[in-house]
Design a protein around this ligand. Structure first.
Ligand SMILES: [Zn+2]
Length: 188
């Protein structure tokens, strides 16, 4: 799925958990970490190989979509989180939700373009996860999931008084929640 969908799924999970802002951000990032290997597309832009998106196809879903990446992230979370165990546990969960979402809905345009997840990479290639029914990245299923996740974002933001914008700017977050509450106060 696309990084925005992963972000809102992870933030929603963090937002309904008993953790404060910094830990919510760590959990949200935990659900986005796998796609850091998608930055390999920059290598294609800077060093074109002549074989299309060579580096992207070689390294995306390979470098950080694996158990090694989440172990490193969980260790980092244990160092800096306020509620260490809860935040590390939820980071682990949203990371795997990300992998699950990619397994079900990250296919390319052709039926055979199924993305696989080398779960034990880079130490072993023994466990490669995939699903034959994987739907297209641009499929309606991903669209529906994203809409539902954004609806939940609006409800949580309205109720709790913070939104995913807290990751980027406290000011923007406050303004968004204020606007949301003013807009919907009369109907609730
Ligand atoms: Zn991914």
């Amino acid at each position: 799925m696309n990084p925005i969908t992963h972000m809102v799924i992870s933030w929603n999970t963090a937002a309904v958990s008993p953790v404060e802002k910094r830990d919510r951000i760590l959990i949200t990032l935990g659900g986005m970490i796998p796609d850091i290997d998608g930055l390999s597309i920059l290598a294609d832009l800077v060093f074109p190989s002549g074989y299309g998106w060579f580096y992207y196809h070689k390294y995306h879903h390979y470098l950080a979509h694996n158990i090694t990446a989440i172990i490193v992230w969980v260790l980092f979370v244990l160092l800096i989180a306020k509620r260490k165990v809860v935040t590390a546990f939820l980071s682990f969960i949203v990371f795997h939700l990300h992998l699950l979402c990619d397994i079900v809905g990250a296919r390319g345009p052709r039926e055979c373009d199924i993305w696989t997840i080398p779960y034990l990479s880079p130490f072993s290639s023994a466990l490669t996860l995939s699903w034959k029914q994987q739907w297209e990245l641009n499929g309606w299923q991903n669209f529906v999931i994203t809409i539902i996740m954004f609806a939940i974002v609006f409800i949580i933001s309205w109720k709790k008084g913070y939104s995913p914008l807290e990751i980027f700017s406290a000011k923007m977050d406050k303004l968004f929640v204020q606007t949301l509450r003013q807009r919907f106060t009369h109907y609730c």
